[in-house]
Design a protein around this ligand. Structure first.
Ligand SMILES: [Zn+2]
Ligand SMILES: [Zn+2]
Length: 102
């Protein structure tokens, strides 16, 4: 994947292509491509929702730079948090359309 300048790293609010839930998607700047629920949680609550395959992410929001997931939440911090999105059980697995942005 091409290197991206720091300033262009953004998370995008969109809908899950599978289940239509509001999610935050970020492709760059993290070890993974992240799709997280758009719901914001305080740190303690976010930590309680995580599991082996579900991570909480620190979310920074500003009117100037927009949304950005900065790192896996692992210590006390003051940001809001989002948790990896999981489609509800039974959501059909539809292939991503070719040529889509993500
Ligand atoms: Zn955090
Ligand atoms: Zn979904």
């Amino acid at each position: 994947m091409a290197w991206k300048p720091e300033a262009t790293i953004r998370a995008i609010a969109q809908e899950c292509p599978r289940c239509g839930a509001p999610v935050i998607h970020q492709r760059h700047g993290l070890p993974l491509v992240v799709t997280a629920d758009a719901e914001r949680y305080p740190p303690e609550q976010a930590a309680g929702l995580t599991g082996p395959n579900r991570l909480a992410w620190c979310l920074r929001e500003s009117p100037w730079t927009g949304l950005r997931l900065t790192e896996v939440h692992h210590r006390a911090c003051v940001f809001s948090h989002v948790v990896d999105h999981c489609c509800p059980p039974g959501t059909p697995l539809t292939p991503k359309p070719k040529g889509a942005l993500w």
